[in-house]
Design a protein around this ligand. Structure first.
Ligand code: BGC
Length: 472
């Protein structure tokens, strides 16, 4: 995070607590691969049912993300996060004490709903309370928490590997962050932007002063007020010429984050390591923990540098690195000259891939979908972008093994590598730089119909037809 300006500790604490939602996201998506090994020993279940136990969280998250726009506008960002922390607690209890598979499915569905709403509400909340110079770093705490949650789940999977019947404990440990989130959210303030939207001016001013640690908040307040003067848009308006390209950008970022293959590595790396020749399961799982650790470390880099280096350079560098790693994996599976070479090239490429994803697309998706949409359409548009991420997550993770069986590892990774190349071209031409610019300035630029690539620039140059006129 930027060091010249001073980061107020209140703001930091608020962001850290809200980011616990990410920890639950990471933990609950990562724990299932380990827990499933025990569930299938205790209950007789078909392959389809196994797949459903894994994917029900993703289905819940998809559904949750669709609902979240309306819910955050109705309840407020903070109150909604309090509600979903309760949902995490209930879902975890239902799954851990389930007497049968239906109970597990129900509990995991509730957790999925909470993850879907949380993956929308937490980045939005953090972006709205953050001041512009620290926004990228603070929102990437959400991604950092996801990676910590994934790492914890990998460690627990490894620790419990020889303890029969431990799936209840594995699910149950999710209660710790869920309760922490519930308690923490009770003390956090509401988003001043939402309060102003609801005409609660005095409360908004008080909170903003506290978050900024100064009485002089008039500039920021005016900027927010100006954007609130703009007519609220409805669903039809998102197809207007000013808004639609931004909406496509959000949905495209959700798609790109997933179709470039991150969850083939996160969910299936033991399988990839086994294919590459690590025959014993525990060394494959051990290598997977390494993936989890490197994911955390590289995300820490993003937290500190995203507001200094900017979103675009990291995104472009990350996609190039991810593409090279996937091409390397593809090459190794088809042409490596010895089993030992294949093993080590596969490990090196997988680790390099994770490093590149974590300092780029991992955090940048959540940052950008929380910053690029005008306030009046943010709820719907961000919901669509987050839905896109969960939808493509579901598509990629439920098709990976089928593609792998049908085409073999080399061609499979070649497909994901080509996705990186398309994504790189798209991002190069379309993704704006948004570092250090206020959400209101971005909105202003969109209203002035600036090309997508330029909506993050601090100075609006040639105002064209304002969006208000466009949507009539
Ligand atoms: C993605 C998840 C992924 C995780 C890995 C998140 O940003 O949305 O799908 O598993 O990063 O760190």
């Amino acid at each position: 995070m930027k060091s010249s300006a001073k980061l107020n500790s209140n703001l930091y604490i608020v962001a850290v607590i809200a980011a616990i939602t990410g920890l639950l996201f990471g933990f609950d998506t990562g724990i299932i691969s380990g827990a499933l090994l025990f569930i299938e020993k205790e209950f007789v279940i078909s392959t389809e049912l196994k797949e459903l136990i894994v994917s029900v969280v993703l289905l819940g998250a998809m559904f949750g993300s669709l609902l979240s726009g309306r819910l955050t506008d109705h309840f407020g960002r903070r109150r909604l996060m309090l509600i979903i922390s309760g949902l995490f607690v209930i879902g975890t209890l239902v799954a851990s004490f389930a007497a049968n598979i239906s109970g597990i499915l129900l509990g995991r569905l509730l957790i999925g709903l909470a993850i879907g709403v949380g993956s929308y509400a937490a980045p939005l909340y953090i972006a709205e309370i953050a001041s512009s110079e620290f926004r990228g770093g603070l929102v990437s705490l959400f991604q950092l928490a996801i990676t910590i949650g994934i790492l914890i789940s990998f460690i627990i999977n490894y620790t419990f590997i020889n303890i029969d019947g431990s799936w209840r404990w594995m699910f149950g440990l999710g209660l710790v962050p869920a309760v922490m989130l519930s308690v923490g959210m009770i003390f956090l303030p509401e988003s001043p932007r939402w309060l102003l939207m609801k005409n609660k001016r005095d409360e908004a001013i008080k909170i903003l002063r506290n978050l900024r640690n100064t009485q002089d908040i008039s500039n920021e307040l005016n900027e927010i007020n100006n954007t609130l003067q703009i007519k609220q848009m409805n669903f039809r308006d998102i197809f207007s010429p000013g808004i639609f390209p931004v909406l496509l950008l959000g949905a495209a970022l959700g798609l790109i984050q997933q179709v470039t293959g991150i969850n083939t590595i996160i969910y299936y790396s033991p399988k990839i390591f086994q294919l590459a020749g690590f025959t014993d399961t525990s060394s494959a799982i051990f290598a997977t923990m390494g993936i989890g650790l490197v994911n955390v470390l590289s995300t820490i880099f993003a937290v500190f540098f995203i507001d200094k280096l900017g979103r675009r350079p990291l995104l472009i560098a990350g996609l190039i690195g991810m593409g090279i790693s996937l091409l390397g994996l593809s090459w190794a599976f088809s042409s490596a000259t010895s089993a030992a070479n294949l093993r080590w090239i596969a490990v090196a490429c997988t680790f390099f891939y994770i490093i590149c994803f974590a300092f780029s697309l991992g955090a940048i998706l959540w940052i950008m979908v929380a910053e690029i949409f005008p306030l009046s359409i943010r709820a719907t548009a961000m919901g669509i972008a987050v839905f896109s991420c969960w939808f493509w997550n579901f598509v990629v993770s439920s098709s990976f093994l089928t593609i792998l069986n049908a085409m073999g590892p080399s061609s499979t990774f070649l497909i994901y590598a080509s996705m990186c190349i398309f994504s790189l071209i798209y991002c190069y031409y379309k993704v704006p730089e948004t570092k250090g610019v206020s959400l209101e300035k971005i909105e202003d630029n969109i209203r002035n119909n600036l090309p997508l690539r330029l909506i993050g620039q601090p100075q609006v140059e040639t105002p064209k037809t304002p969006i208000l006129e466009t949507i009539g």
